[in-house]
Design a protein. Structure first.
Ligand code: PLP
Length: 404
């Protein structure tokens, strides 16, 4: 429940389950709803940060790439960040005229020329890759960067999301830099990039920046820019913007760099819902389990990967008061469990269950395992109207598997 406020639009005053639902009851489920007002609020907060500090904020498309909303977001952002060729092309096509940055763990020779068409800033993950592709990128007039690894873990419990974990392949450590960097390769570099945070506040950025200064402070004055990656939870209500601003100013003043941030989550945080319905209720050992038409494994994979428990409108995550249920998907995966929630009234087949914070790492990450349908996507417009964006069906499942 942490980020959901039932007293404000779009769902304030509506009964979140058990109907009748003026807005949602007619929606075919499962369906994602992207909330334009929330996207706009996030965009404004990021644009204010950019205006106050002079930093540039990019959308990390791997978290949210529903490009119909790029025209809205482009009013507030400097451009997009991509993880490879396809995302770079998407950013170039759908946010025309804006910056396109790309970072990839390793670039492919057969794609690099096409990538140069789309990306203005190309960040390499190793000094080998810098040596292999950097001169070509430079000759094409591109800005060239290198990802560094400050070896500063600030997150606990999520080793899968910690690029500074021991043995990580992400970024060049200072020891490797000292062994492999040459003056001619250094001369290719316009900027450095680090990405070490995940859903974190600015105190962890400050800690990281101290490690960056300690390890790479001598080379930063030679750079034009410093990209501080993503993982900054800037649009979360308790995020400390003052500390972020002082980190940005410190980098600008100390090293004379332009600062880039490339949040994914923060751009679309709390800007989407996954609307589902209860199909059945079963019981095992005193636990009542509601089987939904939405699946953790297919429609919210980070619930299992991260793992985390998403908020549900009108229910208490982990609660035991009232009517507790375990919510689960209809797939054959025993672990397709979303979590335990307490509701104020009993659930029944047909009831709506609305998950919050479902714009990020969902529509761009879902799958059709078990032949599950891809949820349709709806827009909740600024005027409070639900309008269909895309619909999916059997062909979308079949076309990924063979000749149609
Ligand atoms: C994942 C990632 C981001 C975005 O991270 P969020 O946690 O969604 O803000 C930005 N840059 C890079 C290099 C990433 O890998």
């Amino acid at each position: 429940m942490a980020f959901l406020d039932l007293t404000t639009p779009p769902f304030g005053g509506l009964r979140p389950y058990g109907g009748p639902e003026p807005l949602l009851s007619t929606l075919p489920t499962p369906g994602y709803v992207i909330d334009e007002n929330r996207l706009r609020e996030n965009g404004k907060r990021l644009a204010t940060l950019a205006r106050r500090t002079g930093c540039k904020v990019l959308l990390a498309q791997k978290a949210f790439s529903n490009y119909d909303f790029y025209p809205l977001l482009s009013q507030y952002l400097a451009g997009t960040e991509a993880s490879g060729l396809y995302e770079a092309r998407l950013g170039w096509e759908e946010m025309p005229g804006k910056e396109v940055h790309v970072f990839c763990g390793a670039y492919r020779e057969d794609q690099f020329e096409e990538l140069l068409r789309y990306a203005g800033h190309i960040v390499f993950n190793s000094i080998h890759q810098l040596a292999k592709f950097g001169p070509v990128a430079k000759a094409a007039g591109k800005q060239v960067g290198l990802r560094i690894n400050p070896e500063c873990s600030t997150q606990e419990g999520h080793a899968i999301y910690d690029p500074c974990a021991p043995g990580s392949r992400m970024g060049v450590t200072r020891a490797v830099w000292n062994r492999e960097m040459s003056p001619s390769l250094l001369a290719l570099l316009d900027g450095l990039h680090f990405h070490t945070l995940c859903e974190q506040n600015s105190d962890d950025l400050r800690t990281t920046l101290e490690a960056v200064a300690d390890k790479f402070g001598d080379v930063l004055p030679k750079m034009r820019w410093l990209n501080m990656g993503g993982g900054h939870h800037i649009t979360r209500p308790d995020y400390d913007l003052n500390t972020l601003e002082s980190c940005i100013r410190h980098a600008q003043d100390t090293w004379g760099v332009t600062v880039y941030l490339e949040p994914g989550e923060a751009v679309a945080l709390n800007a989407g819902y996954l609307v589902s319905r209860v199909l059945d209720i079963v019981e095992n050992g005193g636990i009542r389990i509601a089987i939904l038409d939405a699946s953790a494994a297919c429609h919210m994979p980070d619930v299992l990967e991260m793992p985390y428990q998403p908020p549900i409108l009108g229910a208490v995550a982990g609660g035991t008061e009232g009517y507790p249920y375990r919510l689960a998907g209809p797939t054959c995966l025993a672990g397709d469990v979303i979590g335990d929630y307490a509701f104020a009234a009993p659930l029944a087949a047909g009831d709506l269950v609305v998950f919050g914070d479902m714009a990020i790492y969902t529509t761009c990450k879902n799958n059709t395992f078990n032949g599950m349908p891809l949820p349709d996507i709806w827009t909740l417009t600024g005027e409070g109207v639900l309008s269909p964006l895309t619909q999916f069906g059997y062909q979308d499942f079949k076309s990924r598997l063979g000749r149609i």
